[in-house]
Design a binder for this molecule. Structure first.
Ligand SMILES: [Mg+2]
Length: 598
């Protein structure tokens, strides 16, 4: 534009025409002309003032605009740049007039900007709202929305361009955030389910014929217990650490995604199938133990593996991995399992079992309750009994709780089932002078705020005093600080029921936790009773008994099977014994006979 801009006429260019005919006329004319000239000069001076003023106002205006405003000539050189643009380039110390983008931006960026300039100059068509990324000399990264409009001379020739660039960094960040939230899990920063499903389709599509990839469905075994015991912050920390470990292990060879809860998925292709099994071993090993907020916790992971090949759909691969995962869990957890054809039948059986459970609950007649007596330390008198449910399935016969309790918990059927057992226990109490019955309560029931009302209702109907009911709960539930279980337990205890911790020692509580618990009884887990005979096992049992006594709690030993165990426990001061040595779980008639005979 510099070479072709219109010049404003200057006063020196005006030639003054001199009259020649006669002095008086000349004088007259001179005076007139002088007057005209004077007024011309005045006019010009006024015009000049107006232009200067206008320039000042225009400058002020373009400098006040926060967007970048600039004019470039036909050689892509800056002619005008506003303060916003100058301020951001070279920290504002550089006057860009006369320079091109090549003088102020890194080569790659400059080349792109100048290519746009040339396109506008050559075509005469504007570029509107192009989103571009710039790295400022300060190191700041910025997103701009830039428009470049051709500037034409009076005869229509393109002589330069006018540019406007608006900072859209905040908007871009917001867009990125929205995209991140749509495709990533904010907690672990891993891709989420939506993103995984898209990726899985790509993995399957990009496989060569005959090539296979693997899908690993990973489930943390004791996530819920960590959450319940150490709180949600610890649960979150566990998920983050597990995600990091898996990402490190997989590296660039595949993708790790979080499907939700404590369920993760790994997709990976192995170029050498000999590396496959060692990888699964390593995956399970890496997720075995964690240090969470100062606590060493054994978590463990179960992994179900399926094959992704060109002929299977991603959905089928996911379903097969799910079946394999279920199998890994059913066979002891903390292990991996490849999908095999027969497993689908197993899953089908499980679905059928769930259906049967659902259908049988309203009548309740397929459930029978056995009672295992709990004796005093001498093993002579029955202090109370523990109610233990069995399911007499019309086709499968007598099923023990490990076949259906977890299923009932998972499917929310445990509340109904728990009520059946409690009702039977209360009916037994109403018919006998048995001091108390202990019933097992699932954490799922304790998270139901209506649970105390349900219990009081059953007790009221059977006219049984709350003091004759003991509720056996797991360690995790009592230690939970943030959940709803605590107030529920407090209400039950205030109503007169006693609370016992079942299977004590298998959770995460240490002896020092015991003082914080509002419970009446501890049942030492059978695994500690079995350890009686070796020095450290005996030391643990002694310590638990001493501690519980100091806190005025009753101690029951579970799984007492030998006389040596009984003798040791009695000597150590354990008040109550339960186990096959003394009595197995039995039906009501047998229990009545036993009590009658004593
Ligand atoms: Mg129990």
């Amino acid at each position: 534009m510099t070479g072709k801009s219109r010049k404003i006429a200057k006063p020196e260019d005006h030639a003054l025409p001199l009259p020649l005919d006669g002095l008086s006329r000349m004088q007259e004319q001179l005076l007139r002309l002088a007057g005209e000239h004077l007024s011309d000069r005045e006019h010009w001076q006024q015009e000049r003032r107006r232009l200067v003023e206008e320039k000042v106002w225009l400058r002020a205006m373009i400098d006040q605009v926060p967007d970048y405003l600039f004019v470039k000539d036909d050689q892509c050189r800056f002619v005008i740049a506003n303060k916003a643009l100058m301020g951001d380039l070279k920290n504002g110390t550089l006057d860009v007039v006369g320079l091109t983008d090549a003088d102020v931006h890194p080569p790659e960026r400059a080349a792109e900007f100048m290519a746009d300039d040339r396109r506008v100059l050559r075509s005469g068509r504007p570029m509107i709202d192009k989103e571009e990324f710039v790295l400022l000399p300060t190191g700041e990264q910025r997103w701009l929305s830039t428009s470049k409009v051709p500037l034409r001379s009076d005869d229509g020739e393109v002589i330069g361009l006018v540019g406007v660039a608006r900072d859209i960094t905040l908007r871009k960040h917001a867009e990125q955030q929205v995209r991140f939230l749509a495709y990533y899990d904010p907690l672990t920063k891993l891709p989420n389910r939506a993103s995984f499903e898209e990726n899985l389709e790509d993995v399957a599509r990009l496989l060569e014929p005959g090539e296979e990839a693997r899908l690993m469905l990973v489930d943390l075994d004791r996530f819920k217990q960590v959450n319940d015991t150490l709180g949600h912050a610890a649960g979150d920390e566990l998920l983050r650490q597990a995600a990091d470990r898996m990402s490190q292990l997989v590296g660039g060879r595949g993708q790790v995604a979080r499907l939700g809860g404590d369920e993760f998925v790994v997709t990976m292709a192995f170029d050498n199938l000999n590396h496959e099994r060692p990888f699964y071993d390593l995956l399970v090993q890496r997720l075995a133990a964690f240090s969470i907020m100062g606590n060493d916790v054994h978590v463990g992971a179960s992994v179900g593996v399926s094959k992704i090949h060109t002929s299977t759909t991603p959905l089928a691969a996911l379903r097969e991995a799910d079946i394999a995962l279920y199998d890994a869990k059913a066979h002891g957890r903390n292990r991996w399992q490849l999908f095999e054809g027969g497993m689908a039948d197993e899953l089908e059986r499980r679905h059928q079992l769930e259906l049967d459970l659902r259908n049988s609950l309203p009548h309740g007649d397929q459930f029978t309750v056995l009672y295992q007596p709990i004796f005093d330390a001498s093993g002579v008198s029955v202090e109370g009994v523990e109610a233990l449910v069995r399911w007499v399935h019309p086709e499968l016969g007598m099923l023990s709780p490990d076949r259906f309790i977890a299923l009932a918990e998972e499917r929310g059927l445990i509340i109904e089932l728990g009520e059946i057992v409690l009702r039977r226990a209360c009916e037994l109490l109403a018919r006998t002078d048995l001091p108390w019955v202990a019933v097992n309560v699932s954490p799922v029931q304790l998270h139901d705020p209506l649970f105390p009302d349900r219990v009081m209702n059953v007790l009221g109907t059977a006219r049984v005093a709350p003091s004759r009911i003991q509720l056996e709960i797991t360690e995790g539930v009592v230690l939970e600080e943030f959940g709803q279980a605590r107030p529920v337990l407090d209400r039950l205890r205030a109503a007169g029921m006693r609370i016992a911790i079942d299977d004590f020692g298998t959770g995460y509580s240490s002896l020092s936790y015991l003082g914080r618990l509002s419970v009446d009884k501890i049942k030492i887990d059978r695994s500690f009773v079995q350890a009686i005979g070796n020095t450290s096992g005996e030391a643990i049992v002694r310590a638990v008994i001493a501690f519980a006594k100091a806190l005025n709690m009753t101690v029951t030993a579970e799984g007492v099977e030998t006389e040596d165990q009984q003798n040791f426990l009695r000597a150590a001061g354990c008040q109550e014994l339960q186990g096959y040595l003394l009595a197995r779980p039995m039906p009501e008639e047998q229990l009545r006979a036993l009590m009658g005979s004593r």
